[in-house]
Design a protein around this ligand. Sequence first.
Ligand SMILES: NC(=O)c1ccc[n+]([C@@H]2O[C@H](COP(=O)([O-])OP(=O)(O)OC[C@H]3O[C@@H](n4cnc5c(N)ncnc54)[C@H](O)[C@@H]3O)[C@@H](O)[C@H]2O)c1
Ligand SMILES: O=c1ccn([C@@H]2O[C@H](COP(=O)(O)OP(=O)(O)O[C@H]3O[C@H](CO)[C@H](O)[C@H](O)[C@H]3O)[C@@H](O)[C@H]2O)c(=O)[nH]1
Length: 324
Amino acid sequence: MKILVVGGAGYIGSHMVRLLGEHSCEVITLDDLSTGNRESVTFGEFIQGNCGDRMILDKILSRGIDAVMHFASSIQVDESLQNPSKYYQNNVGNTLALLDAMSFYGVKNFIFSSTAATFGEPKYIPIDEKHPQEPISPYGRSKLMVEQLLSDYDNAYGIKSVCLRYFNAAGAHPHGDLGEQHHPETHLIPLLLQVASGEKTSLSIYGDDYNTPDGTCVRDYVHVQDICLAHWLALMYIMNDGRSQSYNLGNGQGYSIQEVINMVEKVTKQKIKTNLASRRSADPSKLIADARLIKKDLGWSPVYDLKDIVNHAWEWVNNPIKKY
Ligand SMILES: NC(=O)c1ccc[n+]([C@@H]2O[C@H](COP(=O)([O-])OP(=O)(O)OC[C@H]3O[C@@H](n4cnc5c(N)ncnc54)[C@H](O)[C@@H]3O)[C@@H](O)[C@H]2O)c1
Ligand SMILES: O=c1ccn([C@@H]2O[C@H](COP(=O)(O)OP(=O)(O)O[C@H]3O[C@H](CO)[C@H](O)[C@H](O)[C@H]3O)[C@@H](O)[C@H]2O)c(=O)[nH]1
């Protein structure tokens, strides 16, 4: 199988590229390196470019591609509130260009990285696929727009898609040589590990007055390798004439920020210094996935829990050969 991985130099995409390589797929990574790292692409061919660039897409798609996995996106909720134009241009506009080129070249299989942020503030927990999608940020809305237009592109052009709505992606490759490193880093677990390693002095907790047991936000952390496993199962499904489908992807267990801090202290054996800061905008109090549908339909079952996530991420932080 020949797979185009768009955004394959990013955190989750680079893990997927490696997994596809392990399954002997032919892999082409297209990434503009706006936030990704060339060194994290450890398998297949790499092309630097924007997925909205039709000339580049013509060159790649005319070679015959079986499926496209689309990880490329701008991903910061806060930034999307300050600069919505960037989010609609990149996450919707460039995705449209990619889908139009796929349609032109008859590429019919698409796997999309969607997000729990399409749900907004939950009306009930855990969140299943029937939960209303009412995003509270331009980032979440941009992802929902793509989900919606995918159904039109299926009806009109026969592009089949699986939308995987990840909850909080975290962790690193169990070998410790591939991991999460966003610039700037905004995610909770890598920031906590920066405090544990002495790179950062303390962690700001964004609000302790939420309606949760200890007042801090609750999230469902899902290991990056489990996300990649779901992508692999989704690929098998869609390549075998599966219908377009959306799935929520999480471990089904919520942890408060304080509970994550406790786990980081246990794994790293370091005391984490914290300070209380005001709430972050567009931060839902609680996000926990009901992932029974993907388990039932695709047989997905997460392998790793929060302790593994923190353990693997800590091994990555301490890996002396880390290059980026
Ligand atoms: N990290 C999470 O917790 C999380 C949760 C839910 C959903 N997601 C989604 O998963 C996907 C991957 O997230 P990530 O954490 O790996 O992000 P990331 O920033 O590490 O990776 C995104 C990659 O896409 C590339 N890119 C961005 N725009 C591009 C464009 N127009 N053309 C080509 N390349 C482009 C970047 O250079 C980067 O390598 C995103 O779509 C994100 O919205 C992430
Ligand atoms: O320094 C920090 C960083 C984060 N947090 C808190 O920790 C929790 C997790 O925050 P992350 O930034 O790690 O993750 P988010 O839940 O904000 O967002 C992530 O998951 C979303 C889906 O829910 C989106 O897809 C988004 O791209 C992805 O970053 C939030 O309550 C946040 O307020 C802090 O208190 N301090």
